[in-house]
Design a binder for this molecule. Structure first.
Ligand SMILES: [Mn+2]
Length: 314
């Protein structure tokens, strides 16, 4: 059974509004498929967004205490869904939540080798030791990779913050560099570039996609996933071009067209090892074109659901 998990935490973002992404997609569903959320009833993770009214206690990794709580809840929920042999489709507020998703997959399948396909404008590989902003939505992959990146340290991290950060990383590495691939990444800082080069993490760029074509790029991604037992696809809507809409926390020019990213995702989810799909960072407050980002995101979600349903019916 496909289940819809909504994790509306937006504590990791630098601008406000990503917690409204779900509601904006709900509004979009009236236009494109009013039955969608009737068939797929959302299960909500309790969030800590009230902490946005409080002072920031951990500026180098903002609101990390709240993020840690949400992270643990997400981990438990993912584990529950997967132990029930159900398939989670996740709508999430900001991308920091994906760290909890990965933690949950790993606790359900501790002995499986997990592959991650990260479709994003950003590499999300900062740590509190390297982040210039302290926004945790730039750090989720580092929690999974068990990465502090002290070689590139530019920030002094207070003991209390590093303790929470270590708790997020958990006991051991959940994701190996060799099982990670990026698509659409085009904006990263020096410390992230250092990791990308050092660990040779491939990135299928928008230009690659247009130069080499769809099939070749999907083949490249799947070659990277060759040794993996499970595959998780994390789709940050900022991987798409801001000409569609600026309704996301950190838009970057030069992204995928909606049709391109939809075709990519529809091909990736055919793989029988797929264990979770997540869509994140829809922010209607920042939308300069009405509800265009949520409408685009909803249509992709709708196609993904239709395809997954057909796949599981077989
Ligand atoms: Mn992201």
């Amino acid at each position: 059974m496909i289940r819809l998990i909504c994790n509306l935490s937006e504590l990791g973002a630098g601008t406000r509004g990503a917690s409204l992404g779900y509601d904006a997609m709900l509004i979009a569903s009236y236009k494109f498929n009013p039955k969608f959320f009737r068939k797929l009833k959302p299960e909500f993770i309790d969030h800590e967004n009230h902490k946005l009214f409080e002072d920031v206690k951990t500026p180098v990794a903002k609101r990390l205490d709240g993020i840690y709580k949400v992270y643990m809840r997400m981990e438990a929920k993912m584990k529950e869904v997967m132990m029930d042999n159900d398939f989670p489709v996740v709508i999430s507020g900001d991308h920091s939540n994906a760290g909890g998703t990965i933690a949950g997959i790993k606790s359900a399948f501790p002995n499986s080798r997990l592959g991650v396909i990260w479709i994003d404008a950003h590499a999300d590989m900062h740590s509190p030791y390297t982040s210039p902003s302290g926004n945790v939505h730039g750090m989720p992959l580092s929690t999974a990779l068990y990465e502090d990146n002290l070689d590139c340290k530019i920030v002094n991290v207070p003991a209390e913050t590093s303790k929470l950060w270590d708790a997020l990383k958990g006991e051991e590495q959940r994701l190996a560099y060799e099982d990670l691939i990026f698509m659409g990444v085009r904006d990263y800082e020096k410390p992230e570039e250092y990791l990308l080069i050092r660990h040779k993490v491939p990135n299928v760029t928008v230009k690659d996609y247009r130069n080499y074509g769809h099939d070749e790029c999907i083949k490249r991604v799947m070659q990277r996933m060759e040794g993996c037992d499970k595959i998780y696809v994390s789709f940050d809507v900022d991987s798409m071009d801001p000409s569609i809409s600026r309704g996301t926390g950190t838009p970057v020019p030069g992204g995928f067209k909606a049709e391109e990213v939809e075709n990519i995702i529809l091909s990736l989810i055919e793989d029988p090892r797929l264990c979770c799909f997540e869509i994140t960072e829809v922010n209607p407050v920042l939308d300069n074109k009405g509800n265009a980002m949520a409408e685009t995101a909803f249509q992709i979600l709708n196609s993904v659901y239709t395809k997954l349903k057909a796949k599981f019916a077989k």
